[in-house]
Design a protein around this ligand. Sequence first.
Ligand SMILES: *Cc1c(COP(=O)(O)O)cnc(C)c1O
Length: 224
Amino acid sequence: MMYDVKGHLNEVLANLPEGVRLVAISKYHPNEYIEAAYAEGQRIFGESHEQELRQKHETLPKDIRWHFIGHLQTNKVKYIAPYVTMIEAVDSLRLLQEIEKQAARNGRVIDVLLELHIAEEETKYGLTDQALFELLDSGLWREMSHVRICGLMMMASYTDDEQQIREEFRHARRLFDEVKTRYFASADYFCERSWGMSHDYLIAVGEGSTMVRIGTTIFGPRVY
Ligand SMILES: *Cc1c(COP(=O)(O)O)cnc(C)c1O
């Protein structure tokens, strides 16, 4: 029997406060799982591999809004630029410049988030606090008319220590507030705080997340 996507999706949605959006992370899951969530009205899905995303984009309904959530190599940007809705994990000026170039080529404006590196371990990706402000202070993004920086994204440490996770979300929130004040005070679109995954999204929404990225809780364990 198929995994109960519908039941789990609706459980998650019932836990989300007003104003928090769900990105259903469908990586490694088959189209029929995505279709089950789609049938319930879910439209935002997240993927982390370019080829897998391309196949799903080609075969699934066209009104799905795809978020690219993984580490994106600059040479892959051109493949997703024609259709991707948001690129969540931008962690270098070089990547931002490539998105600008490919978005312009496609006559589009692509929404992006800047990825923070806050967690203790795990990932070598994401901007340190210092790198974040260096990128923003460079001012180069101001000339880019085909990318729109809509907020920040981060992953908390993978730990059972709830206090640590909470502290990391608070750190991200402080950075968001500072970046908003210093660079985007009059930009309404700079409003997204993408934090919270299956194991920590309830903490994240308590700490001001506006967008949660949830896979396992909705679709079950991934088979790699
Ligand atoms: C896979 C992934 C998720 C979803 O993780 P789950 O634990 O399955 O909810 C969220 N964010 C990113 C960046 C991911 O790569």
